[in-house]
Design a protein around this ligand. Structure first.
Ligand code: INI
Length: 171
């Protein structure tokens, strides 16, 4: 059997990206933002087609992502943050709400909203996920964002077609 396979190209040229970055643990999240920018640049995105929105913490990512996605100016929204279990007694609330809200923003708008939040037990694990050891989560989610905008463009048969069909309230 050879079923038809649908998958997105890894080319960012012509697409617009929003990065929403939490200020918490800025020495780590700034590395994640750098990783995301590195990926977008290397996949051909134009600097002018990328905008960064800063928010106080990861808890604030979902609503900001929703507003940015609803604005209709971007093809994908990349949310970035770091939540470390050992550093907060309300880890579950912050990380859980961030994950749930980011998914909701995507589902409500039809625009890919990526979850680039590093959630770890320890500071060391978080450091390792920001480019020091086991990859850079910002780079990875930016790659996923590019793949998805290409996949959805193909599925829609044209830019924004899906949005018009499925989400008439999103301009
Ligand atoms: N926000 C984070 O992004 N990471 C954290 O580790 C964190 N801790 O540890 O509390 C955190 N808290 C702030 C939270 O995201 C909100 O900004 C705050 O609760 C105001 O709504």
């Amino acid at each position: 059997m050879q079923p038809k396979v649908h998958q997105g190209l890894l080319t960012a040229a012509g697409f617009r990206f929003a990065i929403i970055a939490s200020r918490w643990n800025d020495f780590l999240t700034s590395k994640l933002v750098e990783g995301a920018l590195d990926a977008l640049e290397r996949l051909g995105a134009d600097e002018k087609s990328i905008e960064i929105f800063k928010v106080p913490g990861s808890f604030e990512l979902p609503l900001t992502a929703l507003k940015v996605a609803q604005g209709g100016r971007f093809d994908a929204v990349i949310c970035i943050g770091t939540v470390i279990r050992g550093e907060t007694p309300h880890f579950e609330y912050v990380a859980g709400e961030a994950a749930k809200g980011v998914a909701q923003a995507s589902m409500q708008t039809g625009i890919p909203v990526l979850f680039g939040v590093v959630t770890t037990d320890t500071l060391e694990q978080a450091i390792n996920r920001t480019g020091v050891k086991s990859g850079n989560k910002g780079f990875e989610v930016a790659m996923s964002a590019v793949e998805l905008v290409n996949l959805y463009k193909t599925m829609d048969g044209g830019e924004n077609l899906g949005k018009e069909k499925v989400f008439p309230h999103v301009v």
